[in-house]
Design a protein around this ligand. Structure first.
Ligand code: GBH
Length: 490
């Protein structure tokens, strides 16, 4: 520890430090650090011990060419067998939280809750207990994209039946694990589920009504989230005393110029990408600009009513307030400018947003084309969330840096965390944003969806050519551990 660090620690934390040392701050005492993963990306054991088939099992097995390297999550990091090592790794990183997701079909093979697979329950019980033994708090995501294949015949989230199926699943999860799990996330990144890649949901080959099914999915997802929230509040909160919310992804939209048109375009894009979900939950109903634009384009397209369904007043009230914090996944930033109104033709969400976005080629890149290193984008997001949603508590549930090498000497990732953690500190201390946690994506290299194993986000590397799936810490583990210990960025 440097004398300067020691000096700051002795002085105390938070604002006192910033008063004395100028622009260098400490993480507040109640600020939590974590690392994150998701079930399909790490577990493997795709059909082990009675697990049912998820849409990702089906997609990877039966759609040649869909995954860049032709791989799948059949074995992945083999966390179904190596979970004790995973806990050790979290412990080694020194963080407070381990965020992981439940594989719905590992617990309920057919998706329906009438049959519970005891092996699936035992797996998560063991993991949770081991984490707690080691002083690590579990943070559970209920739905991180691997929905039961059985629901595909129903159209999964585009069918209103999903609302109740999800609510029943959530209730069982609280019953099974809620005595020990205090932070719940209903859905991971609804925008990715409904707007970007809704074929995740099982509609791979179906010709779907573009521009329509996206909003049906959004509508049902918001209702399913709200039901899961209310069930917790009504039936579990008094005894279990935990928190429930949702995690939304947000890539910052910065106006491309000072022109009023570009400023409006950037805000419009934020409302389409983030407000679509955050506004009904935190404020009230879908954002006005989204309702107006989809209604206008729908009318011109000849639809008798807007492709964006309307909530009844009761529904708006039932969705409003269904959050105990806000989960945020953040990776990168874009410039946005106003674009010519797209001609009326094939309905589409992209045309509905009515904007054009691009990244500055001079921004520092990473192993993924879209993932540019732009730390001020995170700060702007946090400030915007504070202003738009009445200073809600924000948990950053994912933030991370991809490369293609997997080198354990991952200095660029260390630098990424240094910059993004610093942006978080600025948001807390200079902008007064209530950011309460930062969880790094990801604990280890894993199955990066369509990119397969080519893109690596881990702070631990995993040897995928080795049957043991040996994990090795990268430099970023040491870096994060140091930040957690000192509460300072260095
Ligand atoms: C998260 O999604 C996921 O929650 C996590 O499972 C995943 O492993 C992690 O990020 C890393 O990717 O190619 O220009 O169209 C992040 C949301 C949405 C970000 C799609 C990249 C593609 C941009 N992603 N987006 S582009």
């Amino acid at each position: 520890m440097s004398p300067r660090q020691l000096f700051k620690i002795i002085l105390g934390f938070g604002s006192l430090v910033s008063l004395v040392t100028g622009e260098e701050w400490a993480f507040p005492e109640d600020f939590k650090f974590g690392v994150a993963t998701s079930a399909y990306q790490i577990e493997g054991g795709w059909d082990a011990d009675g697990k049912g088939v998820s849409v990702w099992d089906r997609l990877t097995h039966e759609t040649p060419g869909i995954i860049a390297d032709g791989s799948n999550g059949d074995i992945a990091c083999d966390s179904y067998h190596k979970w004790e090592r995973d806990v050790e790794m979290v412990k080694e990183t020194g963080v407070d939280y381990y965020r992981f997701s439940l594989s719905w079909t590992r617990i309920f093979p057919q998706g329906f809750v009438n049959y519970v697979n005891p092996y699936g329950v035992a797996y998560y019980n063991n993991l949770i207990d081991k984490l707690l033994e080691n002083g690590i708090e579990p943070v559970i995501t209920l739905f991180h994209w691997d929905s039961p294949q059985t629901f595909s015949a129903l159209g999964t989230l585009s069918n209103t039946a999903f609302i109740n199926l999800f609510a029943q699943y959530a209730r069982k999860a609280y019953e099974l694990f809620g005595d020990r799990v205090k932070i719940w996330i209903t859905f991971n990144e609804p925008k990715v589920v409904c707007q970007d890649f809704h074929w995740f949901l099982g509609n791979v080959t179906a010709v779907y009504p573009a521009g329509v099914i996206e909003y049906l999915c959004t509508h049902n997802l918001l209702k399913a989230h709200a039901e899961a929230y209310h069930i917790y509040n009504r039936e579990f909160k008094a005894t279990q005393k935990g928190k429930v919310s949702i995690t939304l992804n947000f890539e910052w939209s910065e106006p491309a110029s000072d022109s009023p048109e570009d400023i409006a375009a950037a805000e419009q894009r934020r409302q389409f990408e983030f407000g679509l979900y955050a506004n009904p939950i935190i404020n009230f109903d879908y954002p006005q600009i989204v309702k107006d634009r989809v209604a206008q384009r729908s009318a011109l397209e000849g639809f008798p009513e807007s492709r964006l369904p309307q909530f009844t007043l009761d529904e708006k009230l039932r969705i409003k307030g269904t959050y105990d914090y806000l989960g945020l996944n953040h990776y990168s930033t874009w410039y946005v400018r106003a674009s010519e109104e797209e001609e009326i033709g094939r309905p589409s969400y992209a045309a509905d947003t009515g904007t054009y976005r691009y990244q500055n080629p001079d921004w520092e890149g990473s192993g993924a084309e879209w993932n540019k290193v732009v730390p001020w984008g995170l700060r702007n997001i946090l400030k915007w969330i504070k202003d738009t949603y009445r200073n809600v508590d924000v948990l950053i549930t994912e933030c991370g840096y991809p490369d293609t090498t997997g080198d354990v000497d991952d200095e660029p990732r260390v630098e990424f965390f240094r910059l993004y953690l610093n942006a978080t500190l600025q948001a807390i201390h200079e902008d007064g944003v209530n950011v309460k946690a930062f969880m790094a994506w990801s604990l280890m290299d894993n199955f990066e969806w369509q990119q397969g194993y080519q893109i690596k986000f881990g702070i631990f590397s995993v040897d995928f050519s080795d049957e043991e799936r040996t994990r090795t810490p990268k430099k970023s583990v040491e870096y994060i551990r140091n930040v957690v210990e000192t509460r300072l960025i260095n």
